[in-house]
Ligand binder design. Structure first.
Ligand code: 4AD
Ligand code: MG
Length: 465
């Protein structure tokens, strides 16, 4: 070990990062360097030894490569030291890039030198053995380094990139919504209240009201940012802080909104399938002994995400529930997780449910002219039991009706005066929706819970790390 002789038992030292002799390359780019001696900088992910060989698995964020340290190729000191590097020590490896003898498309390093940048101060707490969820969540800052989390975050990134590309390529203007707001957009029961220089303010539940102002200014707009809900129950679908993308379009009605939602979702899923196969393959290794075929079925479902999606009304959804294990379901009920799971399992692609009773919905929805007890709203449910990932619809454009809705929902009218201005000065039919990024990641990655879909989840009872 030419540079730092320390091992894990000594205090860790960060070697003054030397300029390596070779060219530093990222692991993802090794294929372009076969036959060259290169330097990889990263962390020791795993290690095996057998007599004359040490196999060091090194990760650098872009990928993982196996560096083979052969006794005959390195000094005896280096060979001995390589055996003592602890998991997650930071290291540099110089080596010759080779394609793996049996695995085409897999590359290895024939190590010539290994330098310790910093040894670990103590044993890394996350080992390949099974750990409980609480333990892993407490160590989320370290857990993010694992293969599975790496794959999920890369899929998340691809989803967000596709979301932005879709709207950017379709002439939407990005209009950022504020995080502090005086308005309860989605009801008063899930508000996080803060003190804003002596005034009460809320962390935003949705950027929608601001997007409606944006639609009047720019026609087609979207916002993308964190939103906050003080959800009081623990479920696999709810976070206290989640990211939402919200388009809003002037002169669009509910029918147009459904078309926009299905085209948008089809685009996002097909982009992820195009660009993140490798990461999805990592997630495929998740074992479900009771259902060994689940991943094949999951991938088929993702391939099936093509507009148009089936559409059913709320009333048809109640019928479907009554016939499928919810005999007590009746008009007027809201759908909880169980009901959404039942409905979404009935379809092998996303399904749109539209026209819920007004009583179940937020104040801003337009009423169906054919039945004013119904809202011109829609939810998109992901298949395989994942449930609602999109909620939206057409907004009330009439000033007087909106004023009474605000009163009926017991919302403070003063706080909504600016919003009512949008109806006073050139009111217009318009519609939009919100897609929750984490629920989308959860579905596409086939995860049982949203907690792994965001780098640092905020949930009931969890604020750290
Ligand atoms: O259905 P929601 O509440 O709709 C709105 O907020 C509208 N104002 C959006 C709009 O029309 N511009 O939320 C939209 C989506 C849900 O379908 C879900 O994907 C996600 O946001 N979502 C959550 N995700 C994680 N944790 C939570 N607590 C969530 N609440 C909603
Ligand atoms: Mg909703």
């Amino acid at each position: 070990m030419s540079n730092a002789e320390s091992s894990a038992s000594q205090s860790p030292s960060v070697a003054s990062a030397p300029t390596p002799p070779g060219n530093v390359v990222s692991i993802a780019k090794l294929a372009e360097h076969v036959g060259e001696t290169v330097t990889v900088r990263g962390w020791l992910y795993n290690k095996r030894s057998s007599g004359k060989l040490h196999f060091l698995e090194v990760r650098d964020g872009s990928g993982i490569v196996q560096a083979v340290v052969f006794k005959g190729n390195v000094s005896p000191e280096l060979f001995a030291a390589a055996d003592h590097i602890q998991q997650e020590s930071s290291i540099e490896v110089d080596g010759l890039v080779k394609e793996h003898g049996k695995l085409k498309g897999t590359y290895e390093l024939d190590a010539k030198d290994v330098r310790l940048v910093a040894a670990t101060a103590r044993e890394y707490p996350i080992s390949p053995k099974e750990h409980g969820t609480d333990f892993l969540m407490d160590h989320r800052h370290l857990w993010l380094r694992s293969k599975r989390q790496h794959a999920i975050m890369r899929v998340r990134h691809a989803i967000i990139k596709a979301v932005r590309d879709f709207f950017d390529e379709n002439d939407f203007t990005l209009v950022d919504a504020p995080v502090f707001t005086p308005n309860a957009c989605e009801g008063t029961s899930t508000l996080f209240q803060t003190d804003y220089h002596g005034e009460p303010a809320y962390l935003t539940q949705s950027g929608q009201l601001y997007m409606e102002a944006g639609a009047a200014a720019f026609g087609k707009v979207y916002c993308f940012g964190p939103t906050f809900r003080a959800e009081k129950s623990k479920t696999r679908r709810h976070l206290a802080e989640f990211w939402m993308v919200e388009p809003e379009v002037a002169f669009m009605d509910l029918a147009g909104d459904m078309v926009l939602a299905e085209q948008f979702l089809s685009f996002v899923v097909s982009r992820v399938l195009e660009t993140r196969r490798k990461e999805l393959d990592v997630l495929a290794s998740e074992k479900r002994p009771d259902d060994p075929e689940w991943w094949t079925r999951h991938m088929t479902m993702l391939e099936n995400v093509k507009a148009p999606f089936p559409r059913i009304t709320y009333h048809e959804a109640i019928d479907l529930l009554q016939k499928n294990g919810h005999p007590d379901a009746k008009v007027g009920d809201d759908f909880g997780g169980d009901e959404e799971t039942t409905i979404s399992k009935k379809f092998d692609c996303p399904v749109i449910i539209h026209r819920y009773p007004m009583d179940l919905k937020a104040f801003y929805f337009a009423r169906d002219p054919n039945d004013p007890t119904l809202a011109l709203n829609m939810d998109v449910l992901a298949p395989e039991g994942y449930g609602e990932i999109i909620g939206g619809g057409q907004r009330e454009a009439d000033l007087a009706r909106l004023e009474s809705a605000i009163a009926e929902h017991r919302l403070p009218k003063e706080a909504f005066e600016w919003y009512l201005d949008l109806r006073r000065y050139g009111s217009f039919p318009h519609a939009g929706f919100g897609l929750g990024i984490e629920r989308t990641v959860s579905w596409i990655c086939g995860l049982p819970h949203v907690r792994e879909t965001i780098p640092f989840p905020r949930m009931l009872n969890r604020l750290a790390p």
